[in-house]
Design a protein around this ligand. Structure first.
Ligand SMILES: [Mn+2]
Length: 292
């Protein structure tokens, strides 16, 4: 029985930062790998290094979709890596990189199980549900949920279908920076939005019970952005914002969801260039320690 495969997770390198205004997240995978992530996970995980070109040239830069060619190059590879993990019976983990990657992670699970059986729990300080039209910045990391709902232009299409997710199956938890147009999109699409204040007032346990009972038997893609944690406790990210959830609160939320069972996971927006003493890396390792 020596050749029995015991690994459960496939940690996929997804090196893209140009979907955001900050440089550095593209190095998260290699630096976490160098600093002990394989030892921490042991036999539970296999690692999938990114192969091929990491940048593509935008012949005609598009102000409404910044960094488009590179974002799509990395997302299309991430789609194939995540899909490969799922088809091999593993839980793929997209280790970004910026949050534009949720487009391909959600597409991979959706193209496997179908949108009727897919739920996304999105733990983030933002709602990331701008369309190319509503976005004030043109950064694609603010658009992945609108893309998954089929609201973005064809330049962002990934995988087999236009619509990978239905609004009623999307649960955003911990948002505290939400554009007015994003509220309108959430409302119109029937998205379940739990702001950071909602979590603080109602308690994470109550909200998670509600979400998990609503999801029922559907497969879960969990998308975790480190900026859901208050900026004072986790500053190694592009948008350091106050009034977020405590590390312990976010840890508890992720623990409960992972214990219920997930089919795929994103860990995004950690910027090791802003973490010179490795304090936030240790916090992230604590979260990776939740993978059972
Ligand atoms: Mn995000």
């Amino acid at each position: 029985m020596n050749n029995k495969i015991t690994s459960k997770y496939l940690i996929c390198e997804a090196p893209v930062c140009v979907g955001s205004p900050t440089n550095g997240t593209q190095n998260a995978y290699s630096l976490l790998k160098q600093n002990g992530l394989p030892q921490l996970l042991g036999e539970k995980a296999l690692f999938c290094d990114f192969e091929g070109e990491r940048e593509a040239f935008d012949a005609k830069p598009n102000k409404k979709l910044k960094g488009l060619s590179t974002v799509m190059l990395i997302n299309n590879q991430n789609y194939r890596n995540m899909l490969g993990g799922i088809l091999n019976g593993l839980v793929p983990v997209c280790l970004g990189g910026d949050h534009s990657l949720a487009m391909s992670s959600i597409a991979a699970l959706s193209d496997t199980v179908g949108p009727n059986d897919l739920a996304v729990i999105y733990v983030d300080g933002h709602t990331d549900i701008n369309t190319a039209e509503s976005s004030l910045t043109g950064y694609i990391h603010g658009m992945p949920l609108a893309q998954a709902l089929g609201l973005c232009p064809k330049e962002l299409d990934i995988g087999e279908n236009k619509i990978h997710l239905y609004g009623e199956n999307l649960y955003i938890v911990g948002a505290r920076s939400i554009d007015p147009e994003e509220y309108a999109i959430c409302e119109k699409q029937g998205v379940h939005l739990y702001t950071a204040d909602d979590v603080k007032v109602q308690g994470a346990d109550k909200i998670l019970d509600e979400i998990l009972s609503d999801i029922g038997e559907k497969k879960i893609h969990l998308s975790f952005d480190v900026d859901s944690i208050d900026g004072a406790e986790f500053p190694s990210t592009g948008y350091v914002m106050p009034n977020g959830l405590s590390f312990d609160c976010v840890y508890g939320i992720l623990k409960k969801i992972i214990e219920r069972g997930i089919s795929s996971l994103d860990v995004v927006e950690y910027n090791p260039l802003l973490d010179s003493d490795g304090t936030d890396r240790e916090k992230l390792f604590k979260i990776f320690g939740l993978l059972k």
